[in-house]
Ligand binder design. Structure first.
Ligand SMILES: Cc1cc2nc3c(=O)[nH]c(=O)nc-3n(C[C@H](O)[C@H](O)[C@H](O)COP(=O)(O)O)c2cc1C
Ligand code: SF4
Ligand code: FES
Length: 677
């Protein structure tokens, strides 16, 4: 008897064309049933019927329970592709992790390849993908490991917590700067920040949360699932920052924006300390996680939205707004400092439809100005956004908010709803989106990718996003604070803004000051102020027992300067000759108790952690440099070589700026790595 012939590829191809009932995809069988399949017209050998077919669904199929759970969270079709990250958040919030079964179900619902959903989910630090049989911890506690928190004792805090939370149902992790450096050290229990955190305060918050969760689990058996879920949400709510009460008079004394009128204006020009916001001192900024804010009614009562109304009605022309921004010399305040008026003209000259993307990712270590303004005066920003939308001709605005800013999200949701319910003028479509813990998504083209629901990998340019941005449309992208100043500049006049400044510079800058100063916080100060002036006049001097040793003028990317450069004017373009830049004006102050090489190592580790991995000079360079910098003796030749390669050959600003702290140490702190330690 002849042995049975093994099927060839050709056989398999033939078989694949047979419409076999069991080969229907899950998609078809659940939501798009096809007519019953016809049996093969010719008799088939049994072996053929059993063979895999092309029509058979590939990969893992969703199970009914997971599908039901996902649908219960995100509703039913349609599921726009760009909302993938929002859906992942919903699942992650509910189940404390992303279980594989849910990702498979989500992929099915969104008609996406499972691999695509996995690759997006695994890109973002705030998502943890777990196998189905794993157990997610009840609670996550994050201890900030950023430079200012380290200076304030974050390592000790972390060690204490690892002991006191050991054995509890808690995941304790360190995390890069969470944008609250004036409150250092900071811990975040689920979504609730703990300012000036002590082990006791964190443990108390954890106990509170776990007790509520126990209550949820101990719900009587006859208690309905809904009721049990309520207990669960109660526990989550207790850890989710609520929207603070509003009180218009708290932020700006005498209801005047930023209190820059006389005598405060005179004060700032004369170099007298001016706290921002008016009534909140540096010490208060450091303590409060839910400051009072100006709500819509109060904002309108003090003349708010008059500019937006005037522009919408054509009483204030687009040209006059553009001219005011240009004459004021307003530059983008997210880091790159591109002239604002010029950007608006570029985008408005592009064909419609145009889009806007607002960057509130605020991931640059040491930066917290956007949060500080947002949580106190959200409508000043929203008015700037409306004016920009009208002048540039934008009908949809996406607001990309850092995930760590849970309180701001609640506030923005509430205030946008209030604005939509009572619009002062026609509004563009507003979409609030949530980042997911990836620093690179602050880079504008990576943010655009993330807004499209993808991995936040920067795009190669050109084309620039002003021409080809979000969803392929011309996109106006701005930092939060840039829009925050639009109203005041147009209403008060370009000269008002440009009249501030020191040492030949013009304008106002919001410095996020943290580290070894007496009163850390956001300091609204004249452009061109020196760090010595900033510390002495705005921060109450150095913290007791500390003298200035070094400072970072522009977050992680802007280099590290020695005290001997304390009299350099801080502004765009003034620091480049010294190997640094102001970036987002995040000033971290170090004292004789700190080492520049430790700071540089922390920054390089941060960049290695945050590199999107797309290009080799950055992916390999940051990791390798961090390893070399951790050694007691630095291999200076290799480090210099790596620094040059990263700076010259990386695709985006992360890799290009990553060597800056390292190069600063090599240039200004030789005593720290040439046997002086
Ligand atoms: C790695 C990296 C991270 C960035 N992070 C932010 C950020 O968190 N917020 C921000 O506004 N800009 C950030 N930027 C700058 C943006 O790419 C962009 O220049 C800016 O948002 C433009 O807005 P502006 O003109 O109003 O400053 C980052 C840039 C890079 C290279
Ligand atoms: S430089 Fe780094 S972060 Fe930027 S694209 Fe390359 S790998 Fe990604
Ligand atoms: S919040 Fe910890 S360093 Fe910024």
């Amino acid at each position: 008897m002849r042995a049975a012939r093994l099927p060839t590829t050709k056989d398999l191809d033939e078989i694949a064309t047979y419409p076999i009932e069991e080969s229907k995809t899950m998609t078809e069988s659940i939501s798009n049933p096809l007519p019953a399949a016809q049996p093969p017209s010719v008799a088939m050998p049994l072996v053929r019927v059993r063979l895999p077919s092309r029509n058979r669904p590939k990969g893992r199929q969703p199970d009914a329970a997971a599908l039901a759970e996902v649908r219960a969270l995100i509703g039913v079709v349609p599921y726009p592709r760009d909302l993938l990250i929002e859906y992942l958040h919903q699942i992650n919030d509910r189940y404390r992790a992303l279980f594989e079964r849910h990702l498979v179900a989500l992929a099915h619902e969104m008609r996406l390849p499972v691999a695509e959903v996995f690759e997006v989910a695994s890109f973002y630090h705030h998502f943890e993908v777990l196998p189905d049989d794993a157990q997610a911890k009840a609670l996550t506690v994050r201890v900030c490991d950023g430079l200012s928190c380290r200076m304030a004792g974050a390592k000790d805090l972390q060690q204490h917590l690892s002991v006191s939370l050991g054995g509890r149902d808690v995941k304790l992790i360190t995390t890069p700067c969470v944008g609250r450096c004036e409150q250092a050290p900071v811990a975040v229990v689920h979504q609730q920040p703990v300012a000036q955190a002590t082990p006791e305060a964190v443990v108390s918050k954890v106990n509170q949360a776990l007790a509520l969760m126990d209550k949820a689990q101990a719900a009587p058996e006859n208690e309905s699932i809904e009721l049990a879920k309520n207990h669960q949400s109660e526990a989550v709510d207790a850890l989710t920052p609520s929207t603070p009460a509003s009180n218009a008079s708290y932020f700006y004394t005498s209801n005047q924006p930023v209190a820059l009128d006389t005598p405060a204006q005179a004060a700032i020009k004369n170099g007298v300390r001016l706290d921002l916001p008016g009534a909140i001192t540096g010490a208060a900024q450091a303590q409060t996680t839910t400051p009072e804010f100006i709500d819509l009614a109060s904002y309108r009562a003090e003349g708010g939205y008059a500019l937006a109304i005037a522009v919408a009605a054509g009483k204030t022309s687009a040209e006059s707004v553009l001219t005011a921004l240009e004459n004021a010399g307003l530059r983008g305040l997210g880091g790159a400092g591109f002239p604002v008026g010029r950007k608006w003209r570029m985008v408005r000259s592009q064909p419609a439809p145009r889009l806007m993307a607002v960057n509130i990712d605020e991931g640059e270590p040491g930066t917290f100005k956007d949060r500080t303004y947002l949580e106190r005066d959200p409508h000043r920003f929203l008015e700037g956004l409306l004016v920009a939308a009208q002048v540039v001709g934008v009908d949809t605005c996406y607001i990309y908010l850092r995930d760590e800013y849970h309180g701001c999200r609640a506030l923005l949701q509430q205030q946008i709803a209030a604005l939509q319910a009572n619009p002062p003028c026609p509004l563009p479509r507003l979409e609030l989106r949530r980042g997911a813990g990836a620093y690179i998504c602050g880079e504008e083209s990576a943010m655009v990718e993330s807004l499209e629901g993808k991995r936040g990998e920067p795009r190669l340019r050109p084309p620039y996003i002003a021409e080809l941005g979000l969803f392929g449309r011309p996109t106006l992208e701005h930092n939060f604070e840039t829009l925050f100043w639009v109203r005041d500049i147009v209403q008060r006049g370009a000269d008002w803004f440009a009249s501030f400044g020191r040492h030949g510079r013009h304008g106002l800058r919001s410095f996020s000051v943290s580290g070894r100063v007496r009163e850390p916080g956001v300091k609204l100060a004249p452009a061109g102020i020196t760090v010595r002036e900033l510390i002495d006049e705005f921060c109450g001097g150095m913290a007791p027992g500390h003298t200035l040793y070094a400072y970072l003028p522009g977050g992680a990317s802007g280099g590290i300067f020695p005290a001997s450069l304390a009299d350099v004017p801080l502004d765009f373009d003034t620091l480049q000759p010294h190997g640094g830049f102001i970036g987002s004006a995040a000033v971290m102050v170090m004292s004789q108790h700190d080492k520049a090489r430790d700071a540089a190592l922390a920054m390089m580790q941060f960049f290695a952690h945050e590199s999107c991995g797309q290009c080799t000079p950055c992916r390999v360079g940051t990791a390798k440099a961090a390893a070399l910098m951790a050694a007691p003796n630095w291999d200076i030749a290799t480090l210099t070589d790596l620094a040059e390669t990263m700076a010259q050959a990386s695709i985006c600003g992360l890799g290009q700026a990553a060597p800056n702290p390292l190069l600063s140490v090599l240039r200004y702190f030789p005593q720290e790595f040439t046997g002086g330690l």
